[in-house]
Design a protein around this ligand. Structure first.
Ligand SMILES: Cc1ncc(COP(=O)(O)O)c(C=O)c1O
Length: 429
């Protein structure tokens, strides 16, 4: 048998994917799964209803490759109302199979081999493979937490059922280091806000500073991953917080990626959008056409109906409030746990991270049970909590280029029911 059947580019990605591994472990050990970022409550009834109705009336034949016209109109109307961006749905927008596939199409359409792409670490771990599949290079620029918050300093900020975000929770970008990393090969910067896994929302001052730096590098495109643009806390409003696609100096160089699956708490919906200038979208549409040809028309028209029905924004205010409550409940539970964890208050998204530097973990968890190789502390911690406490979280070193820095952190998902979060908190007590 040939030993070169599999393409070299796939070699680093053949192992069982991390989220699948920890979900399997959760099932095997009857753990509370606070790992993977999927809501474990049902999607809204109006989405199920719309899918049922559309299934009976849609013709189920191929439809427009860049997105069903009704979906594109509903999405552009929705984004215009809530973000204040006027998008020509025929030229400046494309739909693909979830934000994941949209990102793949963006990279396929805009990256050449050897182009460099800046990601702000900790960065969603699926960027790297998608970038490398194009022969381009992933360059990590770390964000750093300002300080290790103590339990008391965070609990002091507990007011009206919420823990207020403060300067102490900020993760900072080192702009000088960023500038050192930018060069003629840099083609793209990915800015994920709210950011998976730390829940950071980039402030207007941060976007202004970035815009100023990018003025010196006009070849750089910004890929704004706004998969969680409906979940922002504190004073920020869903969809209209500081964004690259609406920033006066960044918008013309931005392709913004969003996810209808995340918006409707239905991650299996697999519909996402890219919007931006026609010069980018034209090529992204071609990538989408050759990858998927078109998306499922039933799910597209059902999603269009949901966007039409929720255009007043009420549903998204309620869902944002729910996620903020869940994040507070989890944060309190983690702070009050018997483990010595340091936390930061998230500003949005589905996740928060904790620093595990001060947690003592039995030596045996530092050895991989398959091949005995030495594990980093974040993996040892995640196996320890799964096996001894019955709660699954996600190690953060895969989100960092600097694995040593990343191995200080683990990620916890709060897009879960009250019962699930309470169960996790009780086990961690
Ligand atoms: C930051 C980020 N971008 C994109 C995606 C992909 O979203 P979708 O489920 O729409 O493919 C995810 C999913 O977890 C994510 O966390």
């Amino acid at each position: 048998m040939q030993d070169n059947i599999i393409a070299d580019r796939m070699a680093p990605y053949l192992q069982l994917q991390m989220y699948a591994k920890f979900t399997q472990l959760a099932v095997k050990n009857s753990c509370v799964n606070m790992g993977q970022g999927f809501p474990n409550f049902p999607p809204p009834q109006f989405l199920r209803q719309a899918i049922a109705e559309e299934a009976l009336t849609e013709s189920l034949q191929y439809t427009m490759t860049a997105g069903h016209p009704r979906l594109m109109k509903a999405a552009s109307d929705f984004f215009e109302k809530h973000m204040g961006v006027k998008v020509d749905s025929a030229k400046e927008m494309v739909a693909s199979s979830g934000a994941q596939s949209v990102l793949a199409c963006v990279f396929q359409a805009l990256l050449n081999p050897n182009d460099e792409v800046i990601c702000f670490d900790p960065a969603f771990d699926f960027y790297r493979p998608l970038i490398e599949f194009q022969g381009a290079k992933h360059v990590g620029v770390p964000l750093k937490p300002g300080q290790l918050n103590s339990k008391a300093s965070i609990l002091n900020r507990f007011e009206n059922g919420k823990i207020k975000f403060s300067k102490e929770d900020e993760w900072h970008l080192d702009y000088e280091y960023l500038e050192q990393k930018l060069n003629a090969k840099t083609k793209m910067i990915i800015l994920n806000s709210p950011q998976n896994p730390i829940g950071k929302v980039f402030s207007i001052e941060e976007l202004d500073r970035l815009a100023e730096i990018l003025e010196k590098h006009p070849q750089i495109i910004v890929c704004e991953d706004a998969a969680y643009h409906h979940v922002v806390f504190g004073g920020y409003q869903p969809f209209s917080y500081p964004r690259c696609i609406t920033h006066p100096k960044l918008k013309s160089k931005t392709v913004c990626v969003t996810s209808a699956g995340k918006m409707f708490s239905a991650t299996g919906l697999r519909i996402g959008f890219a919007m931006g200038d026609e010069k980018y979208i034209k090529a992204i549409k071609s990538a989408q056409t050759y990858h998927n040809f078109c998306l499922n028309p039933v799910l597209q028209t059902a999603t269009a109906k949901c966007l039409e029905q929720t255009i007043d924004g009420q549903y998204f205010t309620e869902i944002r409030d729910l996620y903020e409550e869940q994040s507070t409940m989890l944060l309190k539970g983690l702070l009050e746990s018997r483990l010595n964890l340091h936390c930061w208050v998230p500003q949005g998204g589905y996740f928060l991270v904790t620093d595990i530097s001060d947690v003592e973990i039995p030596e045996k968890y530092f050895k991989d049970d398959q091949d005995g190789h030495q594990l980093t502390k974040d993996f040892a911690f995640a196996y320890y909590t799964a096996c001894e406490i019955g709660v699954v979280c996600i190690p953060c070193s895969p989100y960092f280029e600097n694995k040593e820095l990343g191995s200080r952190f683990v990620r916890w998902a709060f897009c879960k029911t009250t019962e699930t979060i309470q169960d996790a908190c009780n086990r961690l007590k």
